[in-house]
Design a protein around this ligand. Structure first.
Ligand SMILES: [Ca+2]
Ligand SMILES: [Ca+2]
Length: 211
């Protein structure tokens, strides 16, 4: 989510809150990416993952390639397809491609310049965990690592505004399920709060239709 000045300039003046949200998202995303992709093994071993999303990762891998490996160019092209189906008004967004480019040294564990499926799965567990953590961090005003109360309200408003700016999906069919995360995901057994794991789970579940 490297928001350049040009991308930020596309945020309309009428929605000046969007620019601030994007700056916050950018900062949180890249600091999360660095920390999380180093420790992505721990995500795969966490009780809430426990193989549950291996099929989704396999589908994502095979959306990108019919072969047994992907390289950075392949992931970049894959990310462009995902962007075209989501943030279509911002074709240079390619968050998946930019994540892979910036973290490739962490993802390519055997250093052969490609990702096999296990490296891809570990890497994209890191990617989705980074997305989920960032969605919480932007709106976690009290900094306790989860969203509740007014923070949930602010997250809804903020993400709807960002979505409307960058997607032509005015019915918000793609973003609404993520905003309604607490309905579909209750990993922390508290239906009124949104944890980073819950946001990660929803980010994966609602990406699956594109694969
Ligand atoms: Ca490799
Ligand atoms: Ca909080």
């Amino acid at each position: 989510m490297k928001f350049t000045a040009a991308i930020l300039a596309t945020a309309s003046a009428a929605n000046s809150g969007i620019a601030g949200d994007l700056v916050a998202a950018d900062s949180h995303f890249w600091s999360n990416a660095g920390a999380i992709s180093q420790n992505a093994d721990s995500i795969l071993k966490s009780p809430w993952w426990d193989g549950k999303f291996d099929k989704a990762m396999d589908d994502a891998f095979h959306m990108c390639t019919t072969g047994s490996h992907v390289d950075l160019d392949i992931i970049w092209e894959c990310g462009k397809k995902v962007t075209a189906a989501t943030f279509d008004k911002n074709p240079s967004f390619n968050l998946m491609g930019r994540y892979a480019a910036s973290q490739f040294h962490q993802l390519d564990q055997d250093g052969d310049g490609q990702l096999n499926f296990d490296e891809f799965k570990r890497g994209f567990a890191g990617f989705f965990s980074t997305v989920g953590s960032t969605l919480v961090d932007i709106y976690d005003a009290d900094g306790n690592g989860r969203l509740e109360g007014q923070e949930n309200h602010d997250m809804h408003l903020g993400l709807n505004n960002i979505w409307d700016e960058f997607s032509s999906d005015k019915n918000r069919e793609l973003i609404t399920p993520i905003l309604d995360t607490w309905v579909g995901s209750d990993l922390d057994k508290n239906v009124d709060t949104l944890s980073k794991a819950e946001m990660t789970e929803q980010a994966i579940l609602h990406s699956v239709p594109y694969w």
